[in-house]
Each structure stands twice: as C-alpha cells, then as structure tokens.
Write a protein of this length. Sequence first.
Length: 220
Amino acid sequence: MVARINPSILSADFVNMERDLGRIAGADFVHVDVMDNHFVPNLTFGPQMVERIQATAPIPLDVHLMITDVDRWAPGYAELGCFSVTFHAEATQEPVKLARTLKSLGARAGIALKPGTPVDDYLEILHEFDQLLVMTVEPGFGGQKFIDSVMPKLDAADAVRRASGLDIWLQVDGGVTLDTIEIAAAHGADTFVAGSSVFGAESVETAIHDLRERARAHQH
C-alpha cells in the first residue's frame, strides 16, 4: 500500500522557510494551510506566499484552503500550478462545480470535512474528487490532539472506494504522530498530514521515514 507523508509547514520556521522546505525533500508533498482569519480563527498565507513556496519547494504542493468563499478564491491556487487544492465542504455553495473547475485548471481537487461535518452527504459525489480530507482536529491551529471519533468517516469513504474502484486518496490532518497514524491507516487513510511530529523531531528525514513505515504496516 502507498502511504503518503505531507508535512505541514504550519509547523515550519516561517523566517527560514526555504531551509525547512529543503529538510522535507524526502516527503511526498508540502502541505500548505491557507487560513483567512474568517473561516478559522488564524491567519497564515495568501496567494503570493504560496506562489513563492511553489517556486522554492523540492516537492509538489498540497494546498488546504481554510477560507470562506472558496468558490471565488480556490481556482486561483490551481492557476498557480499547485498539484492539489483542497477546499472545505462547509465553505462552498457548489462543491462539484468547484472540483470540476480545479481539475480543468490542472490541479487535483480535494474536499475537506471538519470533525463535526457528516460524510454521508458527500459519499454519492465522492467520485467527483481526487481526495477526501477528514480533519482529525478542529481546523485552525497546529499541535492539537487527534480526534479518533471521526474514524467512521474514513471507514465509510473507504467502503465506497473499494466497492466502486474509485481512485480517491483519503487524507487525515491533525494530531498525526507515530501512534495515531496507525489508527488512521487501519481505517483506510493513505495520505497523512504531519506538522509538529515532523518539524519537531530531532531528524526530520527520520521522522518522515518512520511515519511512512508505521502507516504502511497498519494499512489493510
């Protein structure tokens, strides 16, 4: 099985971003959290910063938009050349239309669900997306504790994926450590966002390797 590790630069040193991007060259993608201080109570990067990260990063960008009015703003991130653009189900009026727009611009389209958002409403349109992000913390800040009560969402999406042969990645974001990655992998996750457990490690390279191997060992 494939286990993708996407370090979140929310936990990087913003002043030494180029250095920290280089440190995660052995990962699969750079996870970039775009927050607008409206959808979530935190403010991070906008298009200009993402464009610079895109130009500097040694691996492709996995952009996670935690912003309002994604129907208006998300296509701009695809136009920057970002590999994957994920928007929140709670912030869009037309998720299928937006996903199709992102794909037409050359990006993979992802949809994200907050811990309190049921997956049931999205299972029948799952085929419209390249990635489903199940948040395992409340979006907004790094370093939170993993919420394992959302695992049934992964189970449900994984069941649909298996039954229909869908090529959709199941991603988790929040509180991912060597212990919790086992839980998520066992419930069908194959793409893992890790922040402090990567950038806070003594060896970033070793942390990425160990997370990937631990996930692989517990996938079914």
